[in-house]
Write a protein that binds this ligand. Sequence first.
Ligand code: NAI
Length: 340
Amino acid sequence: MKKICIGSIGLGRLGYEHAKNIATRIPGAELTALCDVDSVRLAQVAQELGVKNTYEDYEEMCKNPELDGICIVSPSSFHTEHIRIALENGKHVFCEKPLDTTVEKCKQGEAIVSAHPDKVFMLGFMRRYDHSYIKAKEKIDNGDIGRIILIRAYTQDPVATIESTLKFAPNSGGQFLDMCVHDIDLCNWFTGGQKPKNLWAIGGCFAYPQYREWNDGDNVGCMIQYEDETMAFLFAGRAAAQGCNVETEIIGTKGTLRIGSVGTDSMLEVLSENGVCRECYTDFMYRWHEAYISELEEFVNCIIENRQPDVTVYDGTLASQTAYRAKESFETGKMLPFEK
Ligand code: NAI
């Protein structure tokens, strides 16, 4: 069977991971082209992964008739524009989260995607493709924990990667859009698409005062009340001492589900003068490695089977809109209704 030919844009922290996965881990796909404005990085990755077509101009790559799909891993503020160019050139699109960095651009993204219903569009909410989260979702849908009362979610990046985190921070859209957006999407997924009713976000600069310059905190939290009264508490931090820590707890009327309550990278225990230790995931790449592969497998299978994935462009807008409202609450110090 002919392989699905993919061109990938952005060869930074995650872009390189996706490119490598497409080239080596997705049986139905071929990494046919690469694009990045950094010509040195582009040549280096193309050589390593054996990719013959390289572009510094994204539109040129999208015009390549060999390509079936585009994988967008460019900076978040380019996403809508890059989605538009790919779809208008007849390509299927996988785009990293967030959908974009303003609600207005997300809405434009929705319109562009809806105008191309024959093309697969998928957003990179990879937690939906992680084995533990898939099992949790099945149990919720099966009624095993009854009605959801509270979702508690922690997402912490490791202090070990703080240098690259700080470099990325000013253009990331901020903590709520860049980090909490994953937990916000999980709440949306687990509750079957409930919309927030009220939000209250707080936070501060506990170790890295530079976040204040970006109207942000290095550690932030947000409480959400959903329209059906489900509660959520989200916490995002940039510099956890122990490593990459992601915990999710879903408390229902008949039971509770927990994922990563002690976030360790394996079953290994090290017994030494420090006691009994289990090591944490070193970074997000390590924690989500399999999920990143599974989501791209799903993208390629959607193209082959001519169907759309469960995660939609509307999920992307809802997550960004919720994150922005949380940011506004953080900035004003007020509890806000979700709808303006
Ligand atoms: P990065 O800053 O490390 O890399 C961005 C790359 O895009 C750089 O190589 C840069 O040269 C290139 N680039 C910038 N403008 C370009 C243009 N106009 N044309 C072509 N190339 C261009 O960023 P990172 O961390 O890889 O993030 C990229 C996207 O992935 C962001 O949207 C981010 O939110 C998302 N992301 C998602 C994660 C997840 O867990 N799902 C984790 C990390 C990032």
